[in-house]
Ligand binder design. Structure first.
Ligand SMILES: CC(=O)SCCNC(=O)CCNC(=O)[C@H](O)C(C)(C)COP(=O)(O)OP(=O)(O)OC[C@H]1O[C@@H](n2cnc3c(N)ncnc32)[C@H](O)[C@@H]1OP(=O)(O)O
Ligand SMILES: O=C([O-])CC(=O)C(=O)O
Length: 373
């Protein structure tokens, strides 16, 4: 046993996985051995969810079958559906999703089983339901009519349709699909680790996903994409460089920069930067893209830090018309495919995850009766 803990478990190998792999020095990411650069823009999110949850990139027939399973699985359980309005009144989006997924467990036909086939079915249902939960939440708080999912469209296009009320263009769909592909899995990130710790007690998949959602929510993890947009909105476009230098000088962290594993450019940021630029230019006002580029240059010059996946995702989502407080929920729509695959993997070859701790408190304390303390 190591004598000293590694703060934040940095560099500790906490699990074996066949799902994703990162080369942090070279800036490379693989899903089941496929380079993310070969997948983004060429495969749909549904294909990636199939790859992660079912082990292989699907054939046309397998994809049609999986797509039908997703379509059947997206109806929300009565408990979640009947309570979404009150939840939307009282909870911010990520807290609401945590609650709604917990409620949806009650209506899942496989809720009492961790068997492999039950887990596979639950993984598909959770993946299908997450975008619908976000859309229902958004409709409940805005009072908007939620368009029915179009059976001709995939998860990416249907999500944009339901959130914006407008049918996305083919290029917008392609870009958003690529975003979902890019966020699907990422080795032992904090939310996935939380899911695996929960699953390793032989608790059920919904409980593990609730743990994961609560973990993704934090601004040091998935919550950073929303904070990136809030930072951009608060900055004066003509004073970006100085404002960033001032924040750094004051010891503030700049959201969307830095990563535990990547020591060079995050390969996903390369795609997201390009997409942000394209959408910004197409919108006729690429101010936020240009501000982001300037921030990137200053943060690199001052701290040698690279943008992570959350940085350019923020402006991409903004240009796609997604409300800022739904950016982290969008992350959860994608990462659901990876989380559920990790729960399947954990249950298939399980051992309780229970690390040790270093005791740093007082020792040899003398007990004193309460009246004498
Ligand atoms: C999907 C994702 O989860 S991607 C990450 C999303 N999170 C963010 O964008 C939040 C901002 N970034 C960060 O807080 C960190 O870089 C993390 C959480 C991503 C990684 O954290 P760690 O590996 O623990 O690195 P840690 O926070 O210890 O940073 C190391 C050093 O770099 C500095 N640093 C790291 N990130 C940043 C940042 N974004 N801005 C300014 N300084 C930073 C730290 O202050 C620290 O400096 P010090 O050694 O002088 O104290
Ligand atoms: O891997 C991490 O630490 C954070 C994460 O989820 C990602 O970058 O996608």
């Amino acid at each position: 046993m190591a004598d000293k803990p590694t703060k934040g478990l940095a560099d500790v190998v906490a699990a074996s996985t066949a799902l994703s792999d990162i080369d942090g020095k070279a800036g490379r990411l693989f899903y089941r051995g496929y380079d993310i650069h070969d997948l983004a823009g060429r495969t749909t999110f549904e294909e990636i969810a199939h790859l992660l949850q079912r082990g292989k990139l699907p054939t046309h027939d397998q994809l049609a079958e999986y797509g039908a399973e997703l379509a059947r699985g997206r109806s929300l359980g009565g408990l979640a559906e009947n309570n979404v309005a009150e939840i939307a009144e009282k909870q911010a989006p990520m807290a609401a999703l945590r609650t709604l997924v917990s409620l949806s467990a009650a209506d899942d036909p496989d809720k009492n089983s961790n068997a492999a086939d039950a887990n596979r079915r639950k993984a598909a249902r959770l993946t299908a339901q997450q975008p619908i939960l976000v859309a229902h939440y958004h409709a409940a708080r805005t009072g908007a009519e939620i368009p029915e999912p179009d059976p001709e469209l995939g998860i990416a296009a249907n999500f944009l349709l339901q959130i914006t009320g407008r049918r996305p263009s083919p290029r917008e769909t392609e870009i958003f699909d690529a975003c979902l592909v890019l966020h699907a899995d990422h080795t032992m990130n904090a939310s996935t680790f939380a899911a695996r710790v929960c699953a390793a007690t032989l608790s059920d998949m919904h409980s593990a996903i609730v743990a994961a959602i609560g973990t993704l929510k934090g601004p040091l993890h998935g919550g950073a994409n929303e904070q990136v947009m809030r930072t951009l909105e608060a900055l004066d476009p003509s004073g970006v460089a100085q404002a960033v230098r001032d924040k750094l000088a004051a010891g503030e962290k700049i959201m969307g920069f830095g990563h535990r594993v990547y020591k060079t450019e995050d390969p996903r940021a390369t795609h997201l930067r390009r997409m942000s630029r394209e959408l910004g230019e197409a919108s006729g006002d690429d101010t936020y893209y240009r501000m982001s580029k300037e921030m990137e240059e200053v943060v690199f010059a001052e701290k040698g830090l690279y943008p992570n996946v959350d940085f350019y995702a923020a402006t991409v989502y903004h240009y796609l018309g997604i409300p800022t407080d739904l950016f982290t929920p969008v992350f959860s729509v994608s990462r659901m495919s990876g989380w559920t695959a990790h729960v399947i993997e954990q249950h298939a070859d399980n051992r309780l995850i229970r690390p040790d701790s270093e005791y740093i408190g007082e020792r040899d304390q003398k007990w004193i009766p309460i009246d004498e303390r």
